[in-house]
Design a protein around this ligand. Structure first.
Ligand SMILES: NC(=O)C1=CN([C@@H]2O[C@H](COP(=O)(O)OP(=O)(O)OC[C@H]3O[C@@H](n4cnc5c(N)ncnc54)[C@H](O)[C@@H]3O)[C@@H](O)[C@H]2O)C=CC1
Ligand SMILES: O=P(O)(O)OC[C@H]1O[C@](O)(CO)[C@@H](O)[C@@H]1O
Length: 384
């Protein structure tokens, strides 16, 4: 069995590629990073280290790579794949869509074997977004033929994999925990399960619980940590006042999740406690720059801060701590992060009020808008 996985980065090698390989797939990574592509082709294997007390090592074999900028190679790989997955970043999905579309056209011309295409990104509806981008490259006839044969099940993926600082470009250290949940209702009949994947008929509670707990809590630690001058999540989480902020933020999202989906409150509290323990993992060094990266995406209406804050407000809960995290995100100034640069520029040119409205879609005068501005005014810019 052949799987084509777009993105040989941290999650690609350290999570998705690993599980696919353990499930018996030959994994072909597609990436634009020529160092990664060259090393994967030359060596055909790499090592994943689990960041626990015993530093267990897992050897992934039977892998190779293609150059993601080579449209023919990408189309040929997709045409022959038994499964396609991605972990490139949700904003990159549009850039891989044309190659996937060409691969689908080739499949359709050759007899149309069924195919699942699963985006493993931190986003609600990642595969659906990818489908839209891919369909934009297909004609009406191809789209009609693809219906019922090419499926794009949405997924939630959870494993913390920091930026790697190893001499070996392929080596990757990951936290031991993982969770990969896939929408079974969108899978084609007779699909072969991937080992370690949890297939569920209603993905929404899973993706929202993950995004609004793991990712909301993590970015709370990153943005508030950064505003206090901390460089890593581990440093920030050693500060009790930041842990209190993270917990209070997750109590707000927790109230929303318990209210909307009927999760057991005690079980949800244990879920939060476990996640806070994961953030503190002493065997990892995770930079606030990575966890807070792309603040415009993280402040967008459907993402980990705005959506639960507005849901909380609608349920009569004042989302004070979510607003505080958003205010800290507006102070997140990283010259190497193009979205942070754009946000800071917008604040300088248009003021913070208009910037909040433009990027979060929360109207001026809305109580949550006012909360964000109040916290923003009371917060100093991060120490350099
Ligand atoms: N790192 C983590 O702990 C987690 C990350 N995620 C999600 O996984 C996705 C990937 O994140 P990371 O692995 O951390 O990022 P990363 O930056 O380590 O990996 C992304 C890879 O995609 C490649 N890429 C960029 N453009 C491409 C293109 N056009 N074609 C093929 N490859 C391309 C990059 O060269 C890079 O190797 C993101 O959506 C992230 O939100 C989800 C859960 C955990
Ligand atoms: O990858 P994103 O969406 O920029 O956000 C970083 C987040 O992803 C994770 O790496 C895993 O979900 C978390 O560590 C962090 O909350």
């Amino acid at each position: 069995m052949k799987a084509v996985h777009f993105g040989a980065g941290n999650i690609g090698r350290g999570f998705i590629g690993l599980l696919l390989s353990q499930s018996g797939y030959d994994v072909i990574f597609s990436d634009v990073n020529q160092t990664l592509v060259g090393a994967l082709r030359e060596r055909g294997e790499y090592t994943v280290t689990l960041a626990g007390d015993d530093q267990e090592q897992l050897h992934v074999t039977g892998v190779t790579a293609i150059d993601g900028t080579d449209g023919d190679a990408v189309a040929a790989a997709v045409a022959e794949a038994d499964l396609v997955t991605t972990a490139v970043g949700v904003n990159i999905l549009k850039h891989i869509a044309a190659g996937i579309a060409r691969g689908i056209e080739r499949r359709l011309a050759a007899g149309a074997e069924p195919l699942h295409i699963i985006a493993c990104e931190n986003a609600i509806g990642g595969s659906s977004q990818l489908k839209e981008h891919v369909y934009a490259h297909l004609g009406e006839e191809a789209k009609a033929k693809a219906a019922g044969i090419i499926a794009f099940p949405n997924a939630a993926v959870d494993r913390i994999v920091p930026i790697q600082h190893n001499d070996d470009p392929l080596a990757v250290t990951v936290e031991p925990f993982y969770e990969w949940v896939v929408d079974a209702s969108a899978m084609l009949e007779g699909y072969k399960p991937v080992q370690g994947v949890h297939y569920v008929n209603d993905l929404t509670p899973y993706i929202e619980r993950k995004l609004f707990t793991v990712n909301t809590g993590h970015c709370a630690a990153a943005y508030i940590g950064s505003s206090r001058g901390y460089g890593t999540i581990q440093q920030a989480m050693a500060d009790d006042s930041i842990v209190d902020d993270v917990k209070a933020t997750l109590n707000e999202t927790g109230a929303v999740l318990v209210g909307r989906y009927g999760f057991d409150p005690d079980e949800h509290s244990r879920y939060i406690a476990k996640i806070i323990g994961r953030f503190r993992n002493p065997h990892l060094t995770d930079e606030v720059a990575r966890v807070g990266r792309s603040p415009i995406r993280k402040l967008s209406p459907n993402d980990r801060l705005v959506k639960p804050a507005l849901q909380a407000h609608d349920m009569g809960i004042e989302p004070k701590h979510l607003a505080k995290v958003m205010a800290a995100a507006l102070h997140f100034a990283n010259p190497d992060d193009p979205e942070a640069v754009e946000l800071q520029q917008s604040i300088i040119e248009k003021g913070v009020g208009r910037t909040v409205t433009e990027y979060t879609s929360i109207a001026d005068g809305h109580p949550v808008h006012r909360l964000i501005l109040d916290y923003y005014a009371g917060m100093t810019a991060p120490r350099s």
